[in-house]
Design a binder for this molecule. Sequence first.
Ligand SMILES: N[C@@H](CCC(=O)N[C@@H](CS)C(=O)NCC(=O)O)C(=O)O
Length: 212
Amino acid sequence: MENSDKPLELYCFGESGNSYKAALTMELAEVAWKPVFVDFFNGETRTPEYRQLNTMGEAPLLVAGNKKLSQSGAIQQYLVSKTGKFGGNTPDEKLEVIRWVLWDNHKMSSVAGTTRFLANFLPEEKRPAEVIDWHKGRLRGSLNVLEQRLNGSEWLVGEHITIADIACCGYLFYPEPFGFERNEWPGIDRWLTDISNQKGWKHPYDLMPRNR
Ligand SMILES: N[C@@H](CCC(=O)N[C@@H](CS)C(=O)NCC(=O)O)C(=O)O
């Protein structure tokens, strides 16, 4: 790590599945870290102070010594490079891992996160029913891709858990309804159980602070 006697800091909040991917990667890799609460629901990511930390205005943000890194996929790759864990074993596996992380960030977590936000965290009178339904359709498309891959394969890539699994599960442990019911997707359901059986696994609401 950049500075081994100081724990890494992760700017995050409990409801953030994107933050969860970084937090869970550190937890499973047994990396020392501590959360710094981002008050997303009161607009902290839009403040000039936060934009100075992260010009992209998003959580998660990892601070490791002098290094500041945003984008969950980049943070995960950084952790792979520092720990040698969860990045795949062969050159082909490493490439597959990147392929699934990119797919997750674009097609899985962004859709799941947006749908969950619109359907649960917006004030009730502002929730756009048609937009939510449209996103739920997109989400089912992504869940289908994941289900197909996990039918007959224990993990997304190779024989062990990788950051690809940790990325793709980012939103799937949350309890709020957003169009994903575990019992409809047997392959995904089995895989989520296998992830939650990993040593050190914690639910997002037990891993990161929240203000609700
Ligand atoms: N692709 C980014 C997405 C990060 C993201 O969208 N984070 C949300 C919280 S889960 C956020 O901070 N959004 C602030 C905003 O959109 O204004 C990643 O994987 O880290």
